[in-house]
Design a protein around this ligand. Structure first.
Ligand code: 26W
Length: 822
């Protein structure tokens, strides 16, 4: 009977419409006569969700039957964006949905627009995790993501009078993409005390008792692969009070308020995503989040392993765990605790298992972003874990001492415990000691971590433990979904959508790089994408921009190292130059639209000042009648994944201009090039490999090299710093009040003039301005420009996250894809 009644997922227009109407009438309890776009979005999503869940179940069954190794991707951030459009495209039924929705009286674009972004991440690291999930499912790997179900994702950014204002992002009002699993709960312990005693066999055992308990509840999000039935799982944990709704004792004794307070305290753990990107603040609640999520995930993973009734020494043959930066490093300690304290393994036996299970990915070299936790905080919150960390460190230091006797300085440098006041735990060092592989995210970055921050560890563990896996992006979302017309054009020349599963097939379009007809279509598509963005700009800022102008875009988190300040100084320079021209000279100027977007961490004052300057400059330039279309400056509010899907396909040029050696990889650089935009960039992160792939003639590189940065900084600190003359002119204009209250921007100019110019803005400014002039010149020759764009796209195959995931699978996880034909 089960088989007979099993759910049949729709695959044609009529069945889709029937499912939509059923969901409107029953699930949503609405009349079809009062079905607005929101309800249509909800019902269409539920129809697709039904499909996904059927495949999700099959995928899980397949994994259980095969009973092979699985990979678990632990990330505090998953920047998923919208799910409906992606689900429709990945299961190949967007056409069906479009027709069905149109039959029911809706435009599919309007329905898609109803969805709230799932914005559970800050920037690069979180979006990378989302691209990885897409690739893992598309390649049929048995993989799970584990994260936190934040009630509030990254804040929404509003720009008021040119300033950033943060507004909470409550996104869970209606979320059809998650399944609450009220039966999958884990109780997580905090605080308490530890006791050592001898058991009946005379063995030393430690117990951790008392303290407070918070309950983790699983919420599952299905992750559909592209053109495959595989549908993987992202499991997000939500916190709630362990003792049900209330503490009934307190409730009955009349202490109603405090019983509610207990509940709220528990729910606080998964309430909000920390909005700092590349900055460690050491807040207790953040450590609680980390342990809560890690402990629940490991409990789940271990439970699944135990069901197979295997011996513990087979654990790492069944389980690979990847740590997305140091945020989940406690997983190493927690697994050791489970094996030793709860399962009774010997320390060495347990440690052998632990250190074969984990891989650690580093995403940043910025010292202020390297996580450290204070020992006293650990002592109070996780007393048993602190003991285990000390023990791990002791054995580690002893082994180093044996290998390099009498090098006390080495021991102090590499100790997991920093001997400061208070003592601090260096999470990156703990992650290295407890993992079998450590990787950076682009070649330069991996070289840098090996030669600088982790140098001693390379000496200790040998070079093979440290490797590179250059980041990638999913071409499904970042080309097919964001730029459907370009995808269609490519498909028409490469024999269909197969290129989306093997991005190196893009190489086949290089033969059209000089094809007149092809170039014309290409240009039309770019123009249409620019018109789409121009409409968005008009609707959100009121400013009219000319789609024929060169669109120059920099969208990413606002950070001094990413140097949006250099970009806006360059814009001011351009403005001053135009202003000083005769009307005749102005006729030769290439019109440009400078677009900025990105959030500043709420406490990052300098970044907020950069936003304020961009908006102040825009206000003056955009209303200067002498300038007209020659220059426009736009700050797009609330940059997020769904806005990126409109912005990225519309660029002619985008900016990736970090101080050399500071941007680990960057991934938007890849997205822009894949969409037929050229880039201006420094020799940093993945820009270098993009250059290697697409050719030096197709990229605008400038600025000092990473190897020279240290010397330059040193020179600055010894007073050898003369301001670039063009930059000096820009600063004068700012100080004259050309863009309003000069005092407001003093910190920005001061950082460069008076405080050592740590990010080398002045050193690179001349080269930057010159290279921008080359961009103008190159853009004038549209024919050659188009050849560059097409050639570049053709050579971008390497940057698919599929390539990247296959590298992880082979060199770090040792896992195989599942056969989906059965
Ligand atoms: C503890 C505070 C904190 C929070 C977030 C420290 C560090 C982070 C992230 C690791 C910052 C981040 O997103 N890094 C970015 O990771 C991308 C994916 O690998 C890279 O492409 C970016 O270059 C890198 O900045």
């Amino acid at each position: 009977a089960w088989k007979k009644f099993a759910t049949q997922p729709f695959s044609n227009v009529e069945d889709f419409e029937r499912d939509v109407v059923r969901h409107v009438e029953t699930t949503l309890a609405r009349s079809i006569f009062n079905c607005d776009e929101t309800a249509a979005y909800a019902a269409a999503s539920l129809a697709f969700r039904d499909r996904l869940i059927t495949e999700w179940n099959r995928t899980q069954q397949r994994q259980t039957i095969v009973d092979g190794k699985r990979v678990y991707y632990l990330s505090l951030e998953f920047l998923m964006g919208r799910a409906l459009d992606n689900a429709m495209l990945n299961v190949g039924l967007k056409g069906v949905a479009k027709e069905g929705l149109s039959d029911l009286g809706f435009r599919i674009e309007d329905v898609i627009e109803q969805e709230h972004d799932a914005a559970l991440g800050n920037g690069g690291l979180g979006r990378l995790a989302a691209c990885f999930l897409d690739s893992l499912a598309s390649l049929n790997y048995p993989a799970w993501g584990y994260g936190l179900r934040y009630r509030y994702g990254i804040f929404k950014q509003e720009i008021i009078d040119g300033y950033q204002v943060e507004v909470p992002d409550y996104w869970l009002d209606f979320n059809p993409w998650e399944f609450p699993r009220h039966d999958i709960v884990v109780d997580i312990q905090f605080h308490g005390t530890t006791k050592k005693y001898q058991d009946e066999n005379g063995k030393q055992v430690t117990v951790w008792e008392g303290g407070e308990i918070v309950r983790a509840v699983a919420y599952d999000v299905p992750i559909p692969g592209f053109d495959t039935p595989s549908t993987n799982n992202l499991r997000l944990w939500s916190s709630k009070a362990a003792s049900g709704e209330f503490d009934f004792q307190k409730f009955n004794s009349g202490d109603y308020e405090s019983s509610v307070a207990d509940q709220q305290r528990a729910e606080t753990i998964s309430a909000v995503l920390y909005p700092n990107d590349n900055l460690d603040r050491g807040k207790e609640l953040r450590l609680k989040q980390q342990y809560f999520w890690v402990a629940a995930s490991l409990y789940d993973i271990v439970r699944r392993f135990k069901k197979t009734k295997r011996a513990w020494n087979q654990f790492s043959d069944q389980v690979a765990i990847q740590l997305n930066d140091t945020h989940p490093t406690l997983a190493i300690v927690e697994l050791q605790r489970i094996l030793v304290d709860l399962e009774g393994l010997e320390w060495d036996e347990a440690w052998a298992i632990v250190s074969k299970t984990f891989g650690y990915t580093n995403h940043t070299v910025l010292p202020e972003a390297l996580e450290k936790w204070s020992v006293p905080l650990f002592q109070s919150l996780l007393p048993r874990h602190l003991q285990i960390i000390y023990e791990i460190n002791l054995y580690f230091l002893q082994s180093v001492e044996r290998k390099f006797p009498n090098d006390r300085e080495l021991l102090a440098r590499i100790s997991v415990i920093e001997e400061s006041q208070p003592k601090m735990i260096r999470m990156a060092y703990l992650a290295i000691v407890g993992s079998h592989k450590v990787n950076g995210v682009a070649e330069l970055h991996s070289d840098l971590i090996r030669s600088t921050i982790f140098k001693d560890f390379v000496k200790i563990f040998g070079p093979d433990k440290f490797t590179n896996v250059t980041n990638g992006i999913t071409p499904r979302r970042w080309l097919h979904q964001a730029n459907p017309r370009l995808s269609e054009l490519i498909a028409s020349k490469t024999g269909g959508l197969g290129y989306l599963k093997d991005l190196t097939v893009l190489g086949e379009i290089e033969k059209y790089a000089d094809d007149k007809e092809f170039k014309k279509e290409w240009q039309e598509i770019k123009y249409a994408n620019k018109v789409r963005l121009a409409k968005h700009i008009k609707a959100t800022t009121g400013v009219t921009v000319n789609p024929s102008a060169l669109f120059d875009i920099q969208v990413k988190r606002i950070h001094e190292y990413k140097r949006q300040q250099m970009n806006i100084f360059g814009v001011i320079h351009r403005y001053l130059t135009i202003k000083s021209m005769t009307p005749e000279e102005r006729k030769a100027v290439a019109p440009r639209v400078s677009v900025f977007g990105g959030k500043a961490a709420p406490g990052y004052w300098m970044a907020k000042t950069i936003i304020h300057l961009i908006n102040s400059v825009g206000k003056v330039i955009n209303s200067d009648p002498e300038i007209g279309d020659l220059l426009k400056v736009i700050f797009l509010e609330d940059y997020n994944v769904s806005k990126a899907e409109i912005i990225i396909p519309a660029s002619d040029v985008s900016e990736h201009i970090s101080t050399a050696g500071t941007e680990a990889s960057g991934t938007s650089n890849m997205k822009f090039v894949l969409n037929g935009g050229l880039i201006i960039g420094t020799c940093d992160g993945a820009n270098i490999e993009i250059t290697r792939e697409i050719g030096e003639n197709n990229i605008f590189l400038f600025g000092n090299l990473a190897e020279d940065v240290e010397d330059l900084r040193h020179a600055h600190n010894y007073g050898e710093h003369t301001l670039d003359p063009d930059l000096a002119r820009v600063f004068e204009a700012i100080k004259d009040g050309m863009f309003g209250d000069a005092g407001a921007f003093g910190a920005l100019t001061g950082a460069i003039e008076d405080h050592g110019d740590y990010y080398l803005v002045s050193d690179d400014f001349h080269s930057y301005v010159q290279t921008q002039a080359l961009v103008d010149e190159a853009y004038r020759n549209q024919d050659e420009w188009l050849t560059k764009c097409i050639t570049s796209v053709a050579r971008m195959g390497f940057f698919s996250s599929d390539r990247c995931i296959n590298e992880y699978a082979e060199s770090i996880w040792n896992i195989e894809p599942l056969d989906t034909s059965t």
